[in-house]
Design a protein around this ligand. Structure first.
Ligand SMILES: *[C@@H]1O[C@H](CO)[C@@H](O)[C@H](O)[C@H]1NC(C)=O
Ligand SMILES: *[C@@H]1O[C@H](CO)[C@@H](O)[C@H](O)[C@H]1NC(C)=O
Ligand SMILES: *[C@@H]1O[C@H](CO)[C@@H](O)[C@H](O)[C@H]1NC(C)=O
Ligand SMILES: *[C@@H]1O[C@H](CO)[C@@H](O)[C@H](O)[C@H]1NC(C)=O
Ligand SMILES: *[C@@H]1O[C@H](CO)[C@@H](O)[C@H](O)[C@H]1NC(C)=O
Ligand SMILES: *[C@@H]1O[C@H](CO)[C@@H](O)[C@H](O)[C@H]1NC(C)=O
Ligand SMILES: *[C@@H]1O[C@H](CO)[C@@H](O)[C@H](O)[C@H]1NC(C)=O
Ligand SMILES: *[C@@H]1O[C@H](CO)[C@@H](O)[C@H](O)[C@H]1NC(C)=O
Ligand SMILES: *[C@@H]1O[C@H](CO)[C@@H](O)[C@H](O)[C@H]1NC(C)=O
Length: 846
């Protein structure tokens, strides 16, 4: 037996204590004989939720549910939202037909569970610990046999285990509806529901108008809600079967509170209670910048990181050019050429939030190739895609086909932000104009699938290898310092390849890189345990290892998807082994066995530069002098690659995470996975596959695939500005208020506010003149025209002299993102030691 817990009634509280000292004070149930009156509450068994009367809307009285443990009171459900009690009292009670009713002072029913089928007397209303308020028979063998439950009648909040969606058989529809205002729980104008379509998605409606859509569910999350990927504290569910279809979520740790709300101003918010600050933190809210339904009109694509945000896919042009130029995108795009049905091709758009699905047809059983066939044959098919694209490395399944206009497309900046591959039908003539489209369809798809990254790597290695063979006589090693380590001591394989020369003078033909045996490396890294893991990159993981002689090394284990390329890898390794310079990371050996390919590097105590630069505490350790040393060190390393090594090597992926720091913070350039070697007379090359990292790639490389030592100089310029400012350069700028680092530096330079760029963590100990020189050199390096940029020996000169006159920098090359670029980032971005955070871009449009 339990008793009511009087909220304001001290008497009752003491009374119950006195008579039932061993029973819990709070009850969770109302019975026909025990109604709930004003100032009393029900508290769920685990004390998570509380139900009772509350005042809102200028003193009106409502029955609601809120969190027991959270202040200020957060109401998650309201019974009589549209029929408040205007007097000061009311009773929630169970009446003779078994229904639960809310009556006002004069006994008028203002709210009822209203189930015609109950007709039994012995029912109870119980508040469960998940926040569900249920009506059930008191002695039902199955206590989960609910006659009625509040979870079927949500208000504006979705709690864990609640379902947003519909039951196909019973027809129960569960929709969230906003409050009228923040203080008025009455049904507002906004609602959140699951669309009743073949390829369902969540829609946010204002009255009858869609204002935002989540994009269809594509296996793990909604195509337009990439942030779901980062929510490691909860699990999402989206079953779609003949009985029901719904969206729900579950907390992995049930003591963390989270809710999804459609608030009175029409925003869908995902909130998580932060115990430390005692506030609800907003994990996401929609619609965001580029999410307003149909922002860019029919066939238009919105890109939050592009300026202007609306663009047309290849084969389309703005319908109203004038409006478009004025940044009014709503009229959308029209085809540049008419389709002819038979000869049309498909343009691949990557990282897309799939278009609105009301006119989409779905067949979960067919694959992408079949899907393409069906689309090609049916002239009304405008686009197709996989229905499920679980993630980058797993490809997709199922087929969805769109007809008519493609509405509400959005493109994310890179594949990490989410989004799917979408194939849009375009006229053959438009495809022809962008002649690389055959390439898209073929290679683009390969790149998108698992082995893509490796194929590219291997292709590049072959190119490097062929180029080497062709243009360089492999007689002498350019650098005669010789290996300094004591590699020979722990050679395992004594075959001819692992011979080592002790004279310091080595011949290319003679010197071979030590081969390690897999077992040795496995022991060194504690069987590649997670505790030894230093980081993860696109092509594999990096581990810290301790060899039998005590030497600490870094071991990169290339991922298994690289099935081929043993010879190529060996060649690459041989090449890198030849490059010896204080400011280059040294490769100590390798291991190539049937299943495994590993590279052994010298171990860098201080990991990578980005971890110092962009982290608040660590950046304090980098005072001005150290920063200058780092800049000079990197410059020396690059100069060596470009000029002093007799080869001309273009690194192509210079960035903060590829600069490692040893114990003394000496910078060492790492990761030659995509480096290219030039012949003696060669100064520039072009590629169809742009590999690099946004923010560091020069415009001519990014847009046209041209690279040269000057594109490395550009990246180096970005690095200088990052080192000086302690800020990351974002790939592109979106709005005037959010200039990227280059634009910011340029602006401050012209306003003669240049010193404002300096990282505040540096403090006051620096030479103003030196800072200004560095910034100026940085700006010279990032000039738009490659021929304007200084070469590395000039840079070295400028860096080491205080007196050499410097030219005035010209406008930096700022990349405005091109809609038609495809981007793929193999692997996850790295949060500890980024060795391989590479972006591969396949160019088209030429
Ligand atoms: C509820 O509590 C408030 C404040 O404690 C009191 O003013 C009010 O009279 C109480 N109402 C009822 C119906 O007991
Ligand atoms: C709230 O109630 C008071 C007193 O009954 C009244 O004067 C006031 O206009 C009401 N405010 C609103 C917003 O309804
Ligand atoms: C509400 O319940 C209380 C206690 O059971 C009772 O005294 C009171 O008359 C009821 N009021 C109404 C309006 O039903
Ligand atoms: C109870 O509700 C009825 C119907 O809404 C209304 O006519 C009556 O005035 C209310 N009684 C009180 C005391 O508020
Ligand atoms: C109960 O349901 C009937 C029929 O569905 C409806 O007409 C009536 O207004 C409902 N009553 C309440 C109190 O919700
Ligand atoms: C939505 O409906 C409400 C109530 O019917 C109306 O007042 C409001 O103007 C409508 N808003 C829009 C944008 O249609
Ligand atoms: C769950 O979260 C609570 C509160 O944040 C924390 O104290 C507890 O350790 C977590 N439990 C688990 C199993 O992670
Ligand atoms: C609704 O949510 C948005 C986004 O989180 C927020 O900016 C706004 O203040 C909220 N509106 C209300 C009335 O709480
Ligand atoms: C083309 O597709 C539409 C819709 O899927 C369908 O109604 C039509 O029959 C199809 N036409 C052909 C030739 O398959």
């Amino acid at each position: 037996m339990k008793t009511l817990h009087g909220h304001g009634s001290t008497f009752m509280f003491i009374f119950s204590l006195f008579f039932h000292p061993f029973l819990p004070l709070a009850i969770d149930t109302i019975t026909p004989t025990q109604p709930l009156i004003v100032n009393q509450t029900l508290v769920s068994n685990g004390e998570a939720f509380e139900l009772g009367f509350f005042n809102a809307n200028n003193g009106s009285l409502y029955i609601g549910i809120w969190y027991k443990q959270i202040e200020p009171r957060t109401i998650v459900w309201v019974a009589n939202r549209d029929n408040p009690i205007t007097s000061s009292s009311g009773n929630l009670t169970i009446i003779s037909n078994g229904n639960m009713v809310l009556v006002n002072q004069t006994g008028t029913v203002v709210w009822s569970t209203n189930q015609s089928t109950v007709l039994v007397a012995n029912t109870v209303g119980q508040l469960l610990d998940n926040g569900n308020f249920v009506l059930r028979r008191e002695n039902d063998e199955n206590p989960e046999n609910y006659i009625w439950q509040s979870f079927d009648y949500p208000t504006d909040t979705l709690l864990p285990e609640m379902k947003l969606g519909w039951e196909r058989k019973s027809g129960i529809t569960r929709i969230l509806r906003s409050w009228k205002t923040n203080d008025n729980p009455a049904t507002g104008d906004y609602s959140l529901m699951i669309s009743v379509r073949q390829f369902p998605e969540i829609l946010l409606m204002h009255n009858q108008t869609t204002t935002y859509r989540s994009g269809p569910w594509t296996g793990r999350r909604f195509s337009g809600v990439p942030v779901m990927k980062g929510m490691s504290i909860m699990q999402f569910d989206f079953p779609d079967n003949s009985d029901e279809i719904f969206y729900s979520f579950k907390m992995l740790n049930s003591s963390i509170y989270s809710r999804l709300v459609i608030n009175s101003s029409g925003m869908e918010q995902r909130l998580v209670w932060a115990e430390t600050t005692k506030t609800w933190s907003v994990y996401w809210s929609f619609p965001g910048d580029c999410d307003h339904f149909g922002e860019c009109g029919p066939s238009g694509i919105c890109g939050a990181n592009t300026a202007p945000i609306c663009s047309c896919p290849t084969g389309f042009r703005p319908k109203n050019k004038q409006g478009w130029d004025l940044r009014v995108g709503s009229e959308g795009c029209v085809r540049s050429s008419d389709l002819d049905c038979r000869s049309d091709g498909f343009q691949l758009l990557k990282n897309m939030k799939l278009p609105e699905t009301s006119k989409a047809f779905v067949d979960q059983s067919i694959n992408l190739r079949k899907c393409r066939e069906i689309c090609r044959r049916n002239c009304s098919c405008a686009a197709y895609a996989n229905t499920k694209q679980t993630n980058l490395n797993e490809g997709g399944s199922g087929c969805v086909i769109w007809e008519g206009d493609l509405i509400d497309m959005r493109q994310y900046a890179d594949s990490d932000d989410g989004g799917q591959d979408l194939y849009v039908r375009v006229a053959a003539s438009d495809l022809d104009r962008s002649s690389k489209n055959w390439f898209h369809d073929q290679v683009g798809m390969v790149v998108g699938t698992s082995i893509g990254a490796c194929v590219v790597l291997i292709v590049l290695m072959i190119l490097v290898y062929l180029k080497m063979k062709k243009t360089i006589s492999l007689k002498k090693v350019m650098d005669r310092k010789g290996p300094q380590g004591r590699i020979g001591d722990f050679l395992v394989n004594d075959g001819p390849i692992s011979r080592r020369n002790n004279h310091g003078e080595t011949d290319m033909d003679e010197l071979e890189l030590p081969l390690f045996d897999f077992t040795t490396l496995s022991i060194a890294t504690n069987n590649f345990s997670d505790t030894n893991k230093l980081g993860q990159g696109g092509f594999g993981c990096v581990y810290k290892g301790t060899l039998a002689n005590g030497e600490v090394v870094a071991i990169k284990r290339l991922s298994r998807v690289c099935e081929q390329g043993i010879e190529e890898l060996k060649n690459e390794v041989r090449l890198i082994a030849k490059l010896q310079h204080r400011n280059l990371v040294r490769v100590l050996g390798c291991c190539i066995e049937v299943e495994e390919k590993l590279l052994i590097y010298e171990f860098m105590e201080n990991k990578s530069l980005d971890m110092f630069l962009f982290e608040k505490d660590k950046s304090l350790e980098l005072n001005w002098k150290k920063r200058v040393d780092v800049i000079r060190g990197i410059a020396r390393g690059l100069l060596y690659l470009h000029q002093d090594s007799r080869f001309t090597i273009v690194h192509r992926d210079m960035k903060a995470s590829n600069v490692l720091l040893d114990k003394e913070l000496t910078p060492k350039i790492s990761d030659f996975g995509i480096a290219r070697i030039f012949g003696n007379d060669q100064t520039e090359a072009a590629t169809n596959i742009v590999v690099g990292t946004y923010g560091y790639m020069s415009p001519e490389y990014m847009m046209n695939g041209y690279f040269s030592t000057k594109s490395d100089v550009f990246s180096f310029g970005v690095l200088i500005l990052e080192i000086v400012s302690g800020k990351r350069n974002r790939g592109s700028s979106n709005t005037a208020s959010q200039l990227n680092l280059l634009e910011q530096a340029w602006k401050l330079w012209n306003e003669v506010n240049t010193l404002e760029l300096l990282d505040k963590s540096i403090g006051s100990k620096f030479s103003e003149n030196e800072v200004l020189r560095c910034i100026q050199i940085g700006l010279l390096c990032v000039e738009e025209q490659p021929e304007d940029r200084p070469n590395m020996s000039k840079v070295m000169l400028l860096l080491s002299s205080e007196t050499v006159r410097m030219p005035r920098p010209k406008h930096p090359g700022i990349f405005i993102r091109n809609r038609n670029l495809e981007t793929v980032t193999p692997g996850k971005p790295d949060d500890s030691m980024s060795i391989n955070e590479i972006t591969i871009t396949t160019l088209d449009g030429r």
